[in-house]
Design a protein around this ligand. Structure first.
Ligand code: UDX
Length: 433
């Protein structure tokens, strides 16, 4: 089966490489020639564990090109994996998806299946089909299938090879059997449905997870007020299989390329159809407030950050990625700078990307130790293992004033107290004094 993948971001490239790993011949297409040149040399343009290793292992099964005619003309399956960034009004920008659809229509010379893998609002697959029909140059039969992905950054390869389900939104038996054949080497259960339901599954799943996080964050806030411990509360909740123990880590809110965008997009879609999605709206609001929770907590100690030396540990939206999209650091650091703080930061992989946005406004450090020296406050925004395993006595030794505001509950309250830290985290209290 000849498969082509349009877009080499997280979704496109990881899908392509995993399909190649399962024995398919795959062509990866991207308009960015720099990215193509890099991938042709065997390097990944994104930071993702195991990806580069698999790209090199499967180099005989993958072709990288920016020539869409070559990629589409005689493909059996074309996967659209381009971005659907957020527009100002919260809706998804479908420009790139539609451009690819038009190019496919103008290029293909034989029957094929077009898979929409990008996260798209309900009804987009129908529009893709319409665009293809209107722009088709040859009399060929092109079927459009919705096949959303559920990969997480940092574990994308593993999530794709061992996915919990493969959702296929199909409108014909023929499309269903071709797609089942494409995935025949993956031992993963299928959910077969119509296209609109498949599109909806992706948003409903992501928004539910976002809601779960906002819910636990609100519970954490209430725990702080009433004197309970969110970690024990989450444990007690999560042991009920109807709730499940994952995605119950309280913190300073969710970021990343999906939850913030997909909650707003679904809320927008509902409003556009005169329906108010109240739960999702609440999850968005809670998340926005949660992101500045540590700054609010710090007011107990300092009225203003003017002239204070501040250490920031962790810049990315979560560990295991260099991605900064919607990361709490991007909300908090500008507030600290505006207020006149001297900010020093460290992140194992996120500093190059942060430097592109803030080249000179903060100092980038080579180690956690260097970041902490002579500081008045330390903010922790990402729970990188290097940060979690950092010896607590070093905070006391290196900081001018050992006030640690931890947005990811990295340390035990007992340990922090023993080491002489003034330590604030999210939703926790000591069980025994
Ligand atoms: C998410 C979905 O998990 C994935 O299925 C979808 O395809 C894309 O969006 P991703 O954004 O890579 O994946 O990261 P994820 O691990 O889900 O974390 C998202 C955010 O939620 C991070 O900022 C993380 O810190 C936060 N989070 C997650 C919490 O605050 N608490 C939790 O318990 C879990």
């Amino acid at each position: 089966m000849k498969i082509s993948v349009a877009g080499t971001g997280y979704v496109g490239l990881v899908t392509a490489v995993c399909l190649a790993e399962k024995g398919n011949i795959v062509t990866c297409l991207d308009i960015d020639m720099g990215k193509i040149a890099l991938m042709q040399k065997g390097f990944s343009p994104i930071f993702e564990p195991k990806l580069e290793e698999l790209m090199q292992k499967n180099r005989d099964n993958i072709v990288y090109t920016s020539d869409y005619i070559m990629a589409y003309r005689d493909a059996d399956v074309i996967i659209i994996g381009v971005g659907t960034p957020e527009k100002k009004d919260g809706s998804a920008n479908l420009k790139y998806v539609f451009e690819v659809a038009k190019q496919i229509a103008e290029t293909v010379e034989r029957d094929c299946i077009v898979i929409v893998k990008s996260t798209v609002p309900v009804g987009t697959n129908d529009k893709v089909e319409q665009i293809i029909k209107e722009n088709r140059k040859c009399k060929v039969n092109i079927e459009v299938v919705s096949n959303p992905e559920f990969l997480s950054q940092g574990t994308a390869v593993q999530d794709t090879l061992n996915a919990t389900r493969i959702v296929l939104g199909v409108e014909s038996q023929k499309a269903e059997s071709i797609l089942k054949q494409m995935y025949s080497q993956f031992e993963i259960p299928f959910v077969i449905t119509d296209r609109r339901s498949a599109e909806m599954i992706k948003y409903a799943a992501n928004d539910f997870l976002a809601l779960k996080i906002s819910y636990i964050n609100e519970m954490a806030n209430l725990c702080e007020i009433v004197g309970a411990n969110i970690e024990d509360v989450a444990k007690g909740m999560g042991m009920d299989p109807r709730i499940g123990d994952r995605f119950l880590n309280a913190g300073i809110g969710y970021g990343g390329s999906c939850f913030p965008k997909d909650t707003k997009a679904l809320h927008w879609l509902a409003s556009f159809n005169d329906y108010e999605l109240k739960t999702v709206k609440a999850a968005i609001e809670v998340n926005e407030n949660q992101k500045i929770k540590l700054i609010k907590k710090s007011k107990k100690y300092f009225d203003s950050f003017k002239g204070l030396n501040i250490a920031v540990l962790g810049l990315t939206f979560k560990p295991g990625t260099d991605d900064l999209r919607d990361a709490p650091s991007l909300v908090n650091i500008p507030l600290l700078i505006e207020d006149g703080a001297n900010v020093k930061a460290w992140d194992p992989v996120g500093m190059d990307n942060f430097r592109k946005i803030y080249p000179d406004e903060i100092k980038y450090c080579n180690s956690i130790e260097e970041t902490l020296i002579d500081t008045d406050i330390c903010f922790i925004f990402t729970e990188w293992p290097e940060i979690k395993n950092f010896k607590l006595e070093k905070f006391t030794r290196l900081m001018k004033n050992p006030l640690v505001l931890d947005g990811r509950n990295c340390y035990s309250l007992d340990e922090a107290e023993k080491r002489g830290l003034i330590y604030e985290s999210i939703g926790r209290r000591k069980v025994f004094n």
